[in-house]
Design a protein around this ligand. Structure first.
Ligand code: C2E
Ligand code: MG
Ligand code: MG
Ligand code: MG
Length: 294
């Protein structure tokens, strides 16, 4: 009876829950081999012009294709990879593959504004001396213009700025690569770094978007961020848009770009290709068709 109960209990675990129970050292050991074994894969979530529906770019989001746990979410392994330094080879892998994939998508796109790719960069990478070289290498190998690459930095990294980070970011900017603040407003939000730090894009955290249709204070806050961004000449992307009401509201207060399940979940590069093809190369719907949600 105990065995049956144990079995039942085990069956109740979903894969996401189960991986939390895996010994950290096991995960760590497997993470080490995962890059060389080609177990990582990228998904791409479109960033959409909220007024026109055009695809402006794609955010690259990594997944771990694990033999036992299936497609594992980055929230399950990125923090561990950061702690152990394994993020360095993984981050380099992501950069190279994202650059190559977007170069392919840009060949398909006949629109005047070909899509960019947005890549998440961890604190560890921003601290590494080899990062600039990796970025150049990835751009060269893919034949990608630097302006087609957007690097996402988190507020926590910006809060621990020092001369080296500032110099690295300036070098990136000189190269023509753009920088976005990811999850803007979610944590250590500080207006100070906006004064001194040459970012190009603010990605408004999903928590601001979630209840925006029901919360006038939230509207005022987002309106303030949009206004600030306009004044500083920054682009704004609202994250995690799930409902049409959120899209309308955000577009109404001048937020130009957004991403979220309302438009599309993260998709394979082949699906991204299909989206661009189907929409006459610029991602715009032919007719009034809604977005496909793969
Ligand atoms: P993030 O950069 O803020 O990415 C947005 C996350 O929100 C993604 O989760 C995306 O799938 C999810 N999302 C997008 N639209 C919606 C929506 O409408 N509703 C909801 N509920 N979620 C939405 P994902 O792919 O699981 O990534 C989680 C985090 O993992 C990312 O947050 C990022 O911080 C990190 N990450 C992902 N890929 C990489 C990578 O290549 N390198 C590094 N360093 N971190 C990564
Ligand atoms: Mg991001
Ligand atoms: Mg984000
Ligand atoms: Mg996030």
């Amino acid at each position: 009876a105990a065995k049956a109960a144990g079995k039942r209990q085990w069956r109740r675990f979903r894969p996401q829950q189960r991986i939390r129970r895996v010994e950290r050292h096991e995960l760590q050991a497997r993470l080490n081999e995962a890059v060389s074994r080609g177990q990582f894969t990228l998904r791409y979530q479109p960033v959409v012009d909220l007024a026109t529906g055009d695809v402006a770019g794609f955010e690259a989001l990594v997944r771990w294709r694990h033999s036992r746990y299936g497609l594992v979410s980055p929230d399950q392994f990125i923090p561990l990879a950061e702690e152990t330094g394994q993020i360095s080879p993984l981050g380099a892998w992501v950069l190279h593959h994202a650059a190559a994939d977007i170069a392919r998508l840009r060949h398909i796109s006949r629109a005047s504004a070909a899509p960019y790719v947005s890549v998440n960069v961890s604190a560890h990478q921003w601290r590494g001396a080899e990062f600039l070289g990796e970025v150049c290498g990835a751009l060269d190998a893919a034949g990608l213009a630097p302006g087609a690459l957007l690097l996402e930095i988190t507020e926590s990294v910006l809060m621990q700025r020092d001369r080296e980070l500032d110099r690295l970011v300036r070098e990136m900017k000189d190269l023509g690569v753009r920088i976005a603040v990811d999850d803007f407003g979610s944590g250590f939000s500080s207006l100070r770094y906006l004064r001194e730090f040459p970012v190009d894009v603010l990605k408004i955290d999903k928590t601001f978007v979630d209840d925006i249709a029901y919360n006038t204070r939230q509207v005022a806050l987002v309106q303030g961020i949009v206004h600030l961004a306009d004044t500083l000449g920054l682009e704004v992307i609202a994250e995690g848009i799930e409902e049409p009401a959120q899209q309308e509201l955000l577009a109404g207060i001048g937020c130009r770009f957004g991403q979220g399940y309302l438009f599309a979940t993260p998709m394979t590069v082949e699906q991204g290709e299909e989206v661009l093809r189907r929409r006459g190369g610029d991602g715009r719907p032919e007719g009034s068709g809604a977005w496909p949600c793969p």
